[in-house]
Write a protein that binds this ligand. Structure first.
Ligand code: DOR
Length: 430
């Protein structure tokens, strides 16, 4: 199928473009971007006036739950939710059942993704076998099967010695190490940020130092031994500052932040709202501001969802027992546009955090509207306001602390490899 997307506001951080242009897609690629382009023979034309045309978002951090937890999400339902959110590539974490520490699991995920035929899926394999933190996974096998990164996300790599070896070993296969920075001894049985709200609610807190201690240890490994790591879901002022200094020192560290961490504080937990229970936890207004400052000054390179769908039954329980996680695909872009509306990021910068930045960090294609690149893009109505209704989520995970809120910016259509994989108003339940 050939497409002429006419008269949209083309926003492409790769070329610094932000102007009204036409885009032609053919054979799965972007063939031209320019003014007054002529529709190729047998093409369909889309009037994109009033819409932004952006590269498809690349989400470096999500949980698709398959194999093993299909009642929470499947590769198919997750990918359908992703493209509804304008996300065309996802990196899915390894804490499935069985965990992704083998070529068999990686291939299984890739097969499901091919069948689903919507978003591109890039599996993340385990750092350690069985995600037990004891011995390194077979990274060569994982890379060969299609993993592009390794992480024990959901859990840290508690042994510094194993992390040291993991950084070294992963680099020989070109795999990115994604660090879930959490010192479990410090985090203990905490269920939310440790502070006045946890005290008031009588809930056990997770101190900021749980994230700081582990991130600092990993950065000190980089300083002594070299290599690179990507720090996932940065949520606190102290970790932002740590990464800022590490970057000043020229260390191989990159970082991501999630929309919930730059939008909500621990106040969201008041009323024992289990949909606001997430790891790392929602923190103070000062931490939120620091995360935003980190995004603004480049300390935090990318934005990622940490889409963590859970079944209602795992959230409709007392706070201590509820699962950690937020279903994030379908609110991520709108929440990011909130930073544009408040004047903190330009639209180009905001889209860069979702496109060229993750593409460069994870070394995957896409993330730009450059000619000859994959025709992965989204058409977005930047002005459209909508109310978050979890029952309307395509994801099986209805667990969102944003329910009932009015957000601005809605995806109208999403293309992957030149195929329209999502159109607003048309059912794309898988
Ligand atoms: O809240 C979270 N949920 N944080 C994680 O690190 C893991 C995730 C999950 O897998 O549910």
């Amino acid at each position: 199928m050939k497409w002429l997307i006419k008269g949209g506001r083309v926003v492409d951080p790769a070329s610094g473009t932000d102007s009204p242009l036409d885009v032609v897609l053919e054979k799965g690629k972007i063939v031209s971007v320019g003014k007054d382009l002529v529709a190729p023979a047998d093409s369909k034309t889309i009037d994109a006036s009033g819409l932004a045309v952006i590269p498809g978002l690349i989400d470096m951090h999500c949980h698709l739950r398959e194999p093993g937890f299909e009642y929470k999400e499947t590769v198919s339902s997750g990918c359908a939710a992703a493209v509804k959110g304008g996300i065309t590539s996802v990196m899915c974490m390894a804490n499935t059942y069985p965990v992704n520490d083998s070529a068999a699991v990686t291939s299984y995920i890739l097969d499901r993704a091919r069948e689903a035929g919507t978003a591109r899926v890039y599996p993340v394999g385990c750092v350690t076998q069985g995600m037990k933190g004891e011995s390194l996974s077979e990274m060569g096998e994982l890379a060969e099967a299609g993993c592009i990164a390794v992480s024990d996300d959901g859990r840290p790599v508690s042994s510094g010695e194993i992390m040291r070896r993991a950084i070294e070993y992963a680099s020989t296969y070109g795999l990115l190490v994604i660090d879930h920075a959490e010192d479990l001894a410090i985090a203990g049985d905490g269920v939310m940020h440790e502070g006045p709200i946890s005290t008031r609610l009588g809930l056990e807190g997770i101190p900021v130092s749980a994230a700081y201690a582990e991130a600092a240890r990993n950065i000190s490994l980089l300083k002594e031994f070299g290599g690179r790591i990507h720090i996932a879901h940065v949520s606190s002022e102290s970790v932002v500052e740590l990464i800022r200094r590490a970057k000043e020192d020229g260390l191989g560290v990159t970082a991501e932040a999630c929309p919930h961490h730059f939008t909500l504080t621990h106040d969201a937990v008041l009323g024992y709202n289990t949909d606001a229970k997430v790891k790392p936890p929602l923190r103070t207004a000062r931490d939120v501001e620091a995360v935003i400052e980190g995004l603004v000054d480049g300390t935090i390179d990318a934005i990622a969802t940490d889409h963590a769908p859970h079944h209602r039954d795992e959230k409709n329980v007392e706070f201590d027992l509820a699962a950690f996680g937020i279903s994030g695909f379908e609110t991520a872009l709108s929440l990011t546009l909130g930073l544009v509306d408040s004047g903190r990021l330009s639209l180009l910068e905001a889209i860069r955090k979702w496109t060229t930045a993750p593409a460069a960090i994870a070394r995957i294609p896409g993330g730009s509207l450059e000619e000859e690149g994959p025709a992965d893009l989204a058409l977005v109505d930047l002005e459209r306001e909508w109310k978050v209704d979890p029952d309307q989520f395509v994801s099986k995970g209805k667990n969102t602390p944003f329910a009932g809120m009015t957000l601005k910016g809605e995806v109208v259509a999403t293309f992957v490899g030149g195929r329209k994989v999502y159109e607003r108003g048309k059912s794309n339940h898988q």
